[in-house]
Design a protein around this ligand. Structure first.
Ligand SMILES: Nc1ncnc2c1ncn2[C@@H]1O[C@H](COP(=O)(O)OP(=O)(O)O)[C@@H](O)[C@H]1O
Ligand SMILES: [Mg+2]
Length: 519
């Protein structure tokens, strides 16, 4: 982390005015805030350092840290989020200077905006899966999204990770088989709907000479174990692509005739922004899809870095701004990527509400390693996670204070002893006030930073005005919808026509006010 007061000086530049060249700070890193305790200047995180933000809902993760970082990122950005409001806040700014913005919006939260102010991200999960390596990575990314970031970790999470791995064997086989035979997502969905009856994928893998060797066996093994295991595997496979079983979601995300797949490499090359918009919904999680798309975007960035004339680095860097990581895109590769790719021009900032969420997603060891590998850890107050607060307090260590004691009487005198006390006690970590956060950066001493909220000040008001203007354009929920009663009546008429029900069964009485909707 860099602390700096005024302007950064060019390497080798002397203090003399003539040699000083102003380097635009946003090209070097993003600003966390000001050092408050101990007092000091501005705190900056260089783009080649990873950052993790942990704080409860409403503590300011998005507005105080992730959005400011995103707004100042000089290059392309991958953004995962759960709230359309957060996207509207940064969208206008991120489209300036002719930079493209695209959004993956499975639930139609940005309807009215998507396709007009921001491009729709269309992506074909099968594209590229003739390559078994791609098929395997994609399957693993999709299934990783089925492991939920539950608030409390438990044994259920281990089971979820086991079935995610089993389901990945099936998914990789399906993606590969579909790509080998030019089949579409719809064919894959047919297989996924009833894996034990689907003989095509096995047949393709067995007979096609370009098919990866032994995958036929992997597929057969995963689907034909004991009943309970196979049943759970199949359920997980179906969860993996669950979102796509809704036709309107499929239409919003997948290319179709006349709607070409988004050229993500081009968006990255032009310094654009890729928003992946999910939502917090335990019934219809977008995590599998969002994780797979996020992995694909990062792999695309990595491929561009390899071709780059800047010695294998992406310059300016691609920022992965992973808000609400556990409920948006729990990337299975995050830890490895953070370790290897930050030096290649891929920058990472993630946010989660608790450490326990990360543990239930990645497991104890892996989440510990993830937090350990994070260069700059920012913690908000308000967390009731006693164990984590204790851990942070232990991490900060102790300081030695001198203690004087006076004794009176015959042998009276003064003794001085040293006492070790915690730099920050666990309850003090919880009591950090709003607009402040504890910053633990690499080998530096801990600092309490005073943060700036991106919606404050003149620039903040402009952001809010832009957000307001875009919000007016949202048409979600304002469309003409056919009432459920009307649909029920129409469905019953069709059922009678097909002879699925007896002709004398009558439709339920329409609710008041809806009479005549259809007739
Ligand atoms: N438009 C707004 N105007 C004023 N306050 C807001 C606005 N949007 C959010 N806030 C407040 O800012 C705080 C931080 O929000 P946010 O950064 O979204 O929290 P987090 O991402 O940690 O859940 C919240 O307490 C929220 O109530
Ligand atoms: Mg947030």
């Amino acid at each position: 982390m860099i602390r700096h007061e005024t302007s950064l000086r060019s390497p080798g530049g002397s203090v003399g005015r003539s040699r000083t060249r102003r380097v635009e700070s946003r090209n070097v890193g993003w600003r966390i805030g000001r050092a408050h305790e101990p007092r000091g200047g501005d705190l900056w995180v260089p783009w080649d350092r990873t950052a993790g933000v942990i704080g409860p809902q409403g503590s300011g993760k998005t507005l105080d840290l992730l959005t400011p970082a995103l707004l100042s990122a000089p290059g392309a950005a991958l953004v995962t989020l759960t709230k359309v409001e957060d996207m509207l806040l940064s969208l206008t700014e991120r489209t300036r200077r002719d930079r493209p913005c695209v959004v993956l919006d499975p639930f139609g939260l940005a309807e009215g905006i998507a396709g007009r102010f921001v491009g729709e991200l269309l992506w074909d999960p099968i594209a590229g899966c003739v390559d078994p390596k791609i098929a395997e990575r994609r399957a693993k990314a999709f299934t990783a999204g089925t492991v939920k970031g539950a608030i409390h970790g438990g044994t259920g999470d281990d089971a979820a990770r086991f079935y995610a791995a089993e389901a990945a064997k099936v998914m990789q086989a399906y993606f590969h088989a579909a790509a080998l035979t030019g089949k579409t997502l719809e064919d894959v969905l047919r297989w996924v709907a009833n894996p034990q009856a689907a003989s095509d994928p096995g047949e393709i893998l067995r007979r096609h000479s370009h098919a990866a060797a032994f995958w036929h066996g992997l597929l057969h093994g995963a689907l034909n174990g004991d009943d309970r295991t196979a049943g759970n595997t199949i359920t997980t496979v179906q969860q993996t692509l669950g979102l796509f079983f809704q036709a309107d979601i499929r239409k919003r995300c997948v290319p179709a005739p006349g709607h070409r797949a988004t050229d993500l490499a081009e968006v990255i090359r032009r310094g654009g922004t890729i928003y992946l918009l999910g939502r917090e919904d335990p019934y219809a999680s977008a995590s599998p899809l969002m994780t797979a798309v996020a992995e694909h975007v990062l792999d695309t960035g990595l491929a561009l870095a390899n071709q780059s004339p800047w010695g294998g680095r992406l310059c300016p860097p691609l920022l992965a701004c992973l808000d609400e990581l556990p409920s948006t895109a729990p990337l299975p590769t995050l830890r490895t990527r953070m370790a290897n790719e930050r030096a290649l021009g891929l920058s990472f900032i993630y946010a989660a509400q608790t450490r326990a969420q990360l543990t239930s997603l990645f497991g104890e060891q892996e989440s510990r390693a993830l937090v350990g590998l994070t260069n700059v850890l920012v913690m908000f107050g308000g967390s009731k996670d006693v164990a984590f607060n204790q851990e942070i307090s232990d991490l900060l260590g102790t300081t030695r204070v001198a203690r004087k004691s006076h004794q009176t009487g015959h042998r009276g005198g003064r003794t001085i002893s040293g006492d070790d006390i915690a730099i920050l006690r666990p309850e003090e970590v919880r009591q950090l006030p709003e607009h402040q956060a504890l910053v633990i950066a690499e080998n530096a001493k801990p600092i309490i930073a005073r943060l700036s909220r991106c919606i404050d000040g003149k620039a903040g008001h402009q952001l809010q005005a832009d957000q307001h203007r875009l919000r007016e354009q949202l048409t979600t929920g304002r469309r003409m919808v056919i009432t459920p009663e009307a649909r029920t009546t129409a469905a019953l008429v069709e059922a009678k026509r097909l002879g699925l029900v007896e002709a004398n069964i009558s439709a339920p009485a329409p609710a008041a006010g809806h009479e005549g909707d259809l007739w």
